[in-house]
Design a binder for this molecule. Structure first.
Ligand code: ARG
Ligand code: ZN
Length: 888
């Protein structure tokens, strides 16, 4: 059941054209697939016959008939198993194959293949969902031209959509109608899509750089038509950006986006027919937060960018997934970063950077745990389990390494060569690296190691200053810790972007000494190419010992320690660093130190309150207060800290963290109140999604959250008022999330009011479910159990499960409750959901993957849940893979 990268072999047959005919019905759906097959097995030996053709299938796909070159095969002429249809005795050379299947989309709760969502038909084929529709060579290196004919009842399914261009449409007898779609671009079957249903549409026109008029259409359920403008704006922006930045133009006259409520992931880049989870399309100020707005912008861009990085050039096999995902995430991030830096007023910057850092932190945990895998994995049981933070986010960081090393122009040259060589083909990560290297005439072999090694490299830097020669020396060492199945690691290429700060805090000119004594001027921010286990870099003409600012902009996804770095140096960087990321990072390093010290003291003292109080007096000195003030206070997350505490106790850490929040709030109360006041929107100002407005709301709401930790009646009353008076969802949810953490009656009043107001808004109720599930109110598992039975909760809908179950898994207090009640609840939920939807259950079981991080009692309880899950009869391969690998 495991597949290995090393076993890749080209398929013995390829397919040049695919004609699909769907007769959509309430009882069953009939699919006729007519394929033109081409031999790919080379010359046949004298007297030997063509190899068998093995088509992928699924057990809920009923085979009706198979015809080879016009002749129907009798049952003895093929072999059918649960997952495969094998055809023997095929004619030599090219031939036509017709496969007729029958499926029941209405019963397809996996949401892979063709299924129904809110009464509409839709598809999800990546990674291996196409085999849930018909028997096929379901692998990305088989690229064919598709036509799709869709036939359905016209009253119930007035809209019929396929890939490419609409060729023909018309009425049929019995109230039925049909549409015929043709996609001129060859594609792998994972990019196939079909939608049929009752949908409303909003349209805009985009004129491309070469003058092509493209119709941009977003299809949603009728009541949601007023909430698509932001997605349309984002699409237009992305199309323009790709033209301006990479010269990449859209290649058809039509681009459709369809929003569906039941969707396993975020969205899917099917050729010219993107299908989105509705939460990533629909936005209005009253129903979506700033974060929702920015996610929509990011994901709309992401899926659009896939048209070139993913569709025009696709992956040879699924091990290469990061080829399209890492690159496309990198591309969508650039857009986001641009947005963040466009209004650069002081406070914005650390807040926005925090999210880039958060993403890295998330893959840091995965990269250090039992599921750690290289961005290009070596093996998998279910490919769907490898749509991971590692493949996406670490993959994007690896793409950023090229960008940092080669510069914008060099990167563009590499991209141009990549498309020149590979347009229309299914290729590998090595092909991408070769294009980048060849276009720039550089050797990138040590960068290539990032693709094959799991776990996050450690970078250790020590510094020395020689006053006599006025030289400053950095000695760098790297090592990559072992990961499952990979003990020995090689050094990787780490671009170290750096600056040196002089006594007044400004950047010094960098004069790097070469081995021959020659000096290279690097300006004030330079990039060092570090690719050995150890290397030293010497700078000349340094008059006084500088403060180094290393790994500027997080120039490589590594964990860095700087030997002898003092609090004074960090405070200096926090005050002066010209690199916004490092300024922010310096503050985080200070905060991390503080919190870890407090945690250690609390753990040693049995968590006694007095220890905390006396210790915090010592550590929370004026300097620290002062620096936090400047940052509008963002403390490292609990998860980030737990990664640094072997055998950690999550509830205790949570209390320590909240204690620090409260101490800070006590000290900074006047400042926080001033921040709230200074950043409050005037009551009559309409909601705006701009960087400046978002930053103002973020600072205000963070300040309010800190104030709320004081649990003063006056503040709580103020929060309730703000909650009631809020005119946008960002402020409304911010106030509600504070109230949910408090014990008083305000909590229930606010939750009930929110439910009442939004009882008919499923997307908004996701937030309501999520806030309650994630709450750290003691004993909250009881409430979460009642929510499972609440009419607002629908266990067959992935978003509902993610909000409630994954939300619960994020509560350090309740998921990790000392009595194991949280673990037991989650274990039950995993098994129940696995009976419905394997992909969703697999994501839920990942909540147990970090079990080795915690204290012995918790380890034993979490492990017991994993063992119970693995032993469960009828478990899906998806859940089995995650649970069993977590135990290893
Ligand atoms: N290609 C999609 C995206 O990143 C993700 C689809 C993943 N789906 C899945 N079932 N694994 O935009
Ligand atoms: Zn993607």
């Amino acid at each position: 059941q495991q597949k290995f990268r090393k076993d890749y072999a080209p398929p013995p047959y390829t397919i040049s054209t695919v004609h699909l005919d769907f007769i959509l019905g309430e009882e069953s759906t009939k699919v006729t697939s007519r394929l033109h097959l081409l031999p790919n097995y080379g010359q046949l030996q004298e007297g030997s016959s063509p190899p068998p053709l093995q088509l992928d299938g699924r057990k809920d796909v009923k085979l009706v008939s198979v015809r080879v070159a016009g002749t129907e095969l009798s049952t003895g002429q093929y072999t059918l198993t649960e997952k495969q249809l094998t055809l023997n005795h095929l004619p030599p050379g090219e031939f036509e194959l017709e496969v007729v299947t029958e499926i029941r989309p209405q019963d397809n709760s996996l949401l892979e293949g063709l299924y129904k969502s809110s009464g509409n038909f839709c598809t999800q084929c990546e990674a291996e969902g196409f085999r849930g529709i018909t028997f096929f060579l379901d692998r990305p290196d088989v690229m064919a031209k598709y036509t799709t004919r869709i036939e359905a009842d016209e009253a119930n399914y007035p809209v019929l959509l396929g890939n490419g261009n609409l060729k023909e449409a018309g009425k049929l007898e019995g109230g039925r109608h049909y549409a015929l779609w043709e996609d001129p671009f060859p594609k792998p079957c994972y990019l196939f899509a079909l939608v049929a249903g009752k949908l409303s549409m909003k349209e805009r026109t985009f004129v491309t750089c070469s003058g092509r008029r493209v119709a941009l259409r977003i299809f949603v359920q009728e009541g949601n038509l007023g909430r698509v403008d932001h997605a349309l704006d984002s699409l237009v922006k992305s199309m323009k950006w790709d033209e301006d930045t990479f010269g990449l133009e859209y290649d058809l006259d039509l681009f459709n986006i369809v929003a569906v409520d039941d969707f396993n992931m975020g969205a899917m880049e099917n050729k010219s027919l993107n299908i989105f989870n509705s939460r990533l399309v629909l936005a209005s100020p009253e129903t979506a937060t700033d974060l929702d707005y920015s996610r929509i912008e990011g994901v709309v861009g992401h899926e659009y960018f896939h048209n070139w990085t993913g569709n025009r050039v696709t992956c040879r096999d699924w091990f290469q997934l990061t080829l399209k995902e890492g690159l496309t995430v990198f591309r969508d991030q650039v857009v986001l970063f641009q947005f963040c830096s466009s209004f650069f007023f002081k406070m914005v910057n650390p807040l926005m950077n925090a999210s880039a850092w958060d993403r890295c932190l998330r893959f840091f945990t995965e990269d250090a745990g039992p599921m750690a895998h290289p961005i290009r994995p070596e093996s998998y049981i279910k490919m769907d389990n490898f749509y991971t933070l590692t493949v996406y986010e670490k993959g994007a960081e690896v793409v950023r390494l090229y960008d940092t090393l080669l510069g914008k122009e060099g990167f563009r040259k590499g991209m141009d060569l990549y498309f020149q060589r590979h347009d229309g083909h299914a290729v590998t990560c090595d092909d991408f690296l070769a294009a980048m290297a060849d276009a720039n005439g550089v050797n990138l072999d040590t960068l290539g190691r990032w693709y094959s090694q799991a776990s996050t490299p450690n970078l250790h830097v020590s510094t020395s200053y020689d006053a006599a020669t006025k030289t400053y020396r950095l000695t760098c060492k790297q090592n990559t810790p072992p990961s499952p199945g990979q003990d020995a690691k090689l050094p990787v290429l780490i671009p170290i972007k750096l600056g040196l700060l002089g006594p007044d805090g400004s950047d010094l000119p960098l004069r790097l000494c070469g081995p021959d004594g020659a000096v290279t001027e690097l300006g004030t921010t330079g990039v060092l190419r570090f690719e050995e286990a150890e290397a030293a870099f010497t700078f000349a003409g340094v008059d006084v010992e500088p403060v180094p600012s290393l790994l500027r902009g997080f120039s490589a996804p590594v964990k860095m320690t700087v030997e002898g770095q003092t609090d004074e140096q960090l405070l200096f960087l926090l005050a002066h660093d010209s690199d916004p990321f490092n300024r922010w990072e310096a503050g985080q390093r200070l905060a991390r130190k503080l919190l870890l010290n407090l945690y250690a003291a609390a753990a040693a003292g049995g968590g006694a309150h007095n220890t905390l109080v006396s210790l915090s007096r010592e550590i929370l000195n004026d300097n620290i207060y002062h620096s936090f003030k400047a940052m509008a206070v963002s403390l490292p997350t609990g998860n980030e800290l737990l990664d640094c505490i072997p055998g950690g106790d999550p509830p205790l850490l949570h209390h320590v963290r909240m204690y620090v929040v409260k101490q800070l709030a006590l000290q900074l109360r006047p400042e926080l109140e001033a921040l709230v006041k200074a950043n409050d929107d005037p009551a009559d100002q309409p909601y705006q999604f701009t960087a400046a407005a978002c930053a103002r709301r973020a600072i205000k709401n963070r300040s309010l959250a800190m104030l709320s930790s004081l649990e003063e009646p006056e503040i709580t009353a103020m929060l309730l008022n703000r909650f009631k008076a809020a005119t946008n969802m960002t402020d409304e949810i911010a106030a509600l999330s504070c109230l949910v953490e408090l014990a008083g009656p305000e909590r229930d009043i606010a939750l009930a009011a929110f439910y009442d107001k939004f009882r008919n808004e499923p997307l908004v109720l996701l937030k309501w479910l999520g806030l309650q599930a994630t709450s750290n109110a003691p004993g909250n598992v009881g409430l979460v159990k009642t929510l499972v039975e609440h009419p607002a909760f629908n266990i067959t809908n992935p978003n509902n499960c993610y909000s409630l179950f994954l939300g619960f898994g994020r509560s350090p207090v309740n998921f990790h409750a000392a009595d194991g009640s949280g673990y037991a609840f989650m274990g039950d939920a995993v098994l129940r959901v696995d009976g419905i939807n394997h992909q969703v259950a697999a994501r839920m079981v990942s909540a147990f993957s970090t079990w080795r991080q915690y204290d012995t009692e918790r380890q034993a309880m979490m492990r017991a849940q994993l063992e119970r899950i693995v032993a469960h009869p009828g478990l899906s391969e998806n859940v089995f893979e995650i649970a069993s690998k977590s135990l290893k």
